[in-house]
Design a protein around this ligand. Structure first.
Ligand code: GSH
Length: 212
């Protein structure tokens, strides 16, 4: 397997976590978003959307991290990242979507580039934008986690699920944008537990070959 990604990309990070939790080996191909390599024709031929991650398996290229994660789960059911029961699966997918659909995309690089270049926002305003949407999502997520009395050290149940694959990169991004995490003790506790585990440590941005 080949994973095209960028060390600081949340969607690449969540894919690395899932691959590691499944115990899968992969070749990591760095695409430098800062130098706009993803907008060059060479990468556009790999993904016309010009976004990472892309997972290449035996010549087939897969895009969109939710689709990649679901494919990994279907193809490698050992170390499941979704619960056995359908309501549990709906819950994990909902927590994942809260982050993957409603927080991450609004703070993506191309959105921030647009805010800076087209709308003329300065760095402080861009940071406020990111903080606003991360706080919005984290406030709801924190309540969801607080209300689940059967939860262990993870977002759902007692083992890592897709929701943790989504959460840990989003916390990384929140710290990068200096979000005050004090109001989110459950999120912080899950983050610190997951980040003590090898599959999550191996997936950390700082531990990638393209990290700087
Ligand atoms: N929905 C896509 C989003 C992928 C995505 O937004 N990737 C970001 C990095 S986290 C990217 O390539 N951004 C390039 C840009 O915004 O210019 C997925 O989940 O794979």
């Amino acid at each position: 397997m080949k994973l095209y990604g960028y060390f600081r990309s949340g969607t690449s990070h969540r894919t690395r976590i899932a691959l590691n939790l499944k115990g899968l080996d992969y070749e990591y191909i760095a695409v430098n978003l800062l130098e706009a390599e993803h907008l060059e024709s060479e990468f556009q031929a790999i993904n016309p959307q010009g976004l990472v991650p892309v997972l290449e398996v035996d010549g087939t290229r897969m895009t969109q991290s939710p689709a990649i994660l679901e494919w990994l789960e279907e193809t490698y059911p050992e170390s499941p990242l979704l619960p056995q029961d359908s309501k549990g699966r709906a819950r994990v997918r909902a927590l994942s979507a809260l982050i993957g659909c409603d927080i991450h995309p609004i703070n993506n690089r191309r959105i921030l580039v647009y805010l800076r270049k087209e709308l003329g926002l300065n760095e402080a305003q861009v940071k406020r934008w990111c903080q606003r949407w991360i706080n919005d999502g984290f406030s709801a997520l924190e309540k969801e986690l607080e209300q689940d009395k059967e939860r262990g050290n993870f977002c759902y149940g007692n083992s890592p699920t897709l929701a943790d694959c989504y959460l840990i990169p989003q916390v990384f991004s929140a710290r990068r944008f200096e979000v005050d995490l004090t109001p989110y003790p459950n999120i912080v506790a899950i983050d610190s537990h997951c980040r003590s585990l090898e599959p999550f440590i191996k997936a950390e941005p700082a531990n990638q070959i393209d990290a700087f």
